[in-house]
Ligand binder design. Structure first.
Ligand code: DQA
Length: 150
């Protein structure tokens, strides 16, 4: 059985590639997904994007019991959403928090994450390669190779 990873993107991330290219770059999500599937042919990827908080909660609830890992870029909901935090806590799958930009080098409000404390780890600042690093983290976790029983 291939390892299943669900990639979940929150609000405005559908505009990646055209939105504020100096912050988020010029590559789009379709290119990212094609690149991931090429690089990791043994992983079964699924993808979901929504601009609505409740829909993101529903997706976490669904894939959180059917996949071996979730990569979550919650966009601006990262900084506000207790509902997303509770959804992550409620499911079995390990969740990696991802950001394209370095949220710690931007406005102060972006340095606070409501979800970081319930994710197995966070990756920020490496453009769309943040997602690649998150796949690496989930693969290590799946192989039981992360320290401290994470
Ligand atoms: C983001 C960072 C958030 O602060 C912002 O609201 C986003 C994108 C990122 O990927 O860098 O929408 O999550």
């Amino acid at each position: 059985m291939p390892m299943k990873i669900d990639i979940i993107n929150g609000p405005n991330l559908n505009l990646t590639g055209t939105r504020e290219p100096c912050v988020y770059g010029t590559r789009g999500i379709p290119q990212l997904l094609a690149g991931l599937q090429d690089k990791y042919p043994d992983v079964e990827f699924s993808f979901y994007q929504s601009n609505c908080e409740g829909e993101l909660v529903t997706r976490i609830q669904e894939s959180g019991f059917n996949t071996e890992g979730i990569i979550l870029n919650a966009g601006a909901y990262t900084h506000t959403s207790i509902a997303l935090r509770d959804a992550i806590t409620a499911v079995e799958a390990p969740v990696v928090e991802v950001h394209i930009s370095n949220v710690f080098a931007r406005e102060e409000f972006r340095a606070k994450s409501m979800i970081a404390g319930v994710c197995i780890g966070s990756i920020a600042g490496f453009g769309l390669d943040s997602y690649v690093l998150a796949v690496e983290a989930l693969r290590l976790r799946y192989a039981g190779k992360l320290p401290y029983g994470v």
